[in-house]
Design a protein. Structure first.
Length: 195
């Protein structure tokens, strides 16, 4: 009987581990499937990575929607909520992005067939909504550099018009992500977790 009690107690105890899997619902709404992961490293620091990929087209209407790429961020969590449980509350971070794209609807297309890049700073807040779910709101501002081509769809061909370079400073990242919390101890106690 003593042995059974010890085994049961050991089963209940586990080493805390905090990670999450997420999807940016804004990209999902724009028909760009995406997924991300985030790992808590300790000391209020986490690392997050995201990837997106879409390739939709319709030759009949000359409608193309192609993009793929990803980003990597290092985040510092702050505030009372993050001290109670990691990956919750306010966070600040630095991030880098890279992607290509091809957008064309009807009369004009924009093609970036070479990788463009972004580097910037972000702020966000991860709001608990269920025992194992958060919604993360993140806005990033940074510097974007990349080359793109303008083209016209004419008689079944895509006619190049100009090659331009984009140099931009401003908002470059916007996330409203559904976050699934994974790991021992990684749940929201006031949202249906253990008391």
């Amino acid at each position: 009987q003593t042995h059974v009690v010890e085994v049961t107690q050991a089963a209940r105890e586990c080493r805390p581990f905090y990670m999450s899997i997420k999807t940016n619902m804004l990209m999902d709404a724009a028909a760009i499937p995406n997924a991300g992961v985030e790992f808590y490293l300790g000391g209020n620091v986490s690392i997050a990575a995201n990837w997106q990929y879409s390739w939709w087209k319709s030759d009949k209407t000359h409608w193309y929607w192609r993009t793929y790429g990803g980003d990597l961020a290092i985040r510092y969590w702050l505030g009372k909520q993050s001290r109670i449980k990691p990956l919750t509350g306010h966070h600040l971070g630095i991030y880098g992005q890279t992607m290509t794209y091809d957008f064309e609807v009807g009369h004009k297309g924009l093609l970036a067939d070479k990788w463009g890049w972004v580097a910037g700073l972000e702020y966000g807040y991860s709001l608990p909504v269920a025992r194992r779910l958060n919604i993360d709101f993140t806005l990033g501002v940074g510097y974007h550099s990349g080359e793109f081509k303008e083209y016209l769809p004419i008689d079944g061909h895509y006619v190049w018009q100009a090659t331009k370079r984009r140099q931009y400073i401003g908002p470059t990242k916007l996330e409203v992500s559904l976050v699934w919390l994974i790991g021992c101890g990684n749940y929201n106690k006031d949202k249906g977790g253990k008391k």
